[in-house]
Ligand binder design. Structure first.
Ligand SMILES: [Zn+2]
Length: 297
């Protein structure tokens, strides 16, 4: 067995936020206003969080931020945490840190900061796209600390969306099938994935996607773990799918190649003991957990 078996059991990136969301209390404007007074605020600019010395850059309130949407993230012990969207085309110089891409930041931030910043990014991104009512077209206004928007004309309520995505690793005996999506970086092979459609269960979506993308016939499906993925608002549902045979036929459009790998080869590749063009999914992706947990199981 390769040394990959000794890899640490990493937490699932973006999951496991330590905050108490206080969902019963944040609907009370008086309570929320009191939290705001002593709150700390994570600034975002163009969907990028402020990072200060490899931590989420929470700062005291500044009046210059009043134009942007402010959302309540939760309580860290007794400390109220918020995120604020700074509007404008010019990078605001806050005198500390820098605004950084959320995905890249997930590799450097502590796990708890990544979870908190990911929650903030999903919420702020949603507010940026939902300023107008999908029912009548009038302007909407945020309330409940940012977890609801209400239309000023027809009173329709709008809630932050979470989009379920199935992500699945086909397995058969000692082998798993990994695919190369046309959009992947060079050499990356990973689990298969796709959005759950209306009227589908998670299992229905797994079967459909593997049939469409890889021509695979599937038996049992086992749920493994899930991951919030704020790009912009997905919930990744990680599964194993028992393939009924090794025969596959890639669609050649979305999936351009696929390969069966043995557990031993997966362990060696995760430990970077095989030097070639092929790469495995990065540690921040739930696909990494799917292949690693299966190979180590
Ligand atoms: Zn409306």
């Amino acid at each position: 067995m390769g040394k990959a078996a000794d890899l640490p059991n990493l937490p699932i990136t973006f999951a496991g936020s330590p905050l108490e969301r206080a969902s019963e209390r944040r609907i009370d404007p008086t309570w929320l206003a009191a939290q705001f007074k002593g709150g700390l605020f994570l600034p975002f600019w163009q969907n990028k969080p402020l990072i200060v010395e490899d931590r989420a850059g929470f700062l005291p309130w500044r009046d210059a931020w009043q134009e942007g949407v402010c959302v309540f993230l939760g309580l860290d012990e007794d400390q109220a945490l918020f995120a604020v969207d700074i509007v404008g085309e010019t990078d605001p110089d806050l005198g500390c840190g820098a605004f950084a891409d959320m995905r890249a930041s997930a590799f450097v931030l502590p796990a708890r900061d990544t979870a908190i910043a990911g929650q903030a990014k999903a919420l702020i991104d949603w507010h940026r796209r939902h300023g107008f009512c999908s029912n009548c077209g009038a302007a909407t206004a945020p309330c409940d600390g940012g977890y609801r928007r209400v239309c000023g004309v027809c009173a329709a309520e709008h809630f932050p969306r979470t989009d379920p995505v199935v992500i699945m690793l086909p397995v058969l005996g000692d082998q798993c099938l990994v695919g190369r999506n046309a959009r992947f970086a060079n050499g990356l092979y990973s689990a298969f994935a796709g959005f759950v459609e209306p009227g589908e269960s998670m299992e229905d979506a797994v079967r459909r996607e593997l049939q469409e993308e890889a021509g695979l016939q599937i038996g049992a499906i086992r749920y493994h773990a899930s991951q919030p993925w704020p790009f912009p608002s997905s919930l990744m549902l990680g599964c194993y799918a028992d393939a009924l045979s090794r025969d596959f036929k890639i669609d050649g459009n979305e999936i351009v190649d696929a390969r069966w790998l043995s557990k031993d080869e997966v362990r060696k590749r995760l430990a970077k003991e095989i030097e070639d063009e092929m790469t495995m999914p990065a540690s921040i992706a739930i696909a990494h957990h799917l292949v690693r947990d299966w190979a180590n199981g």
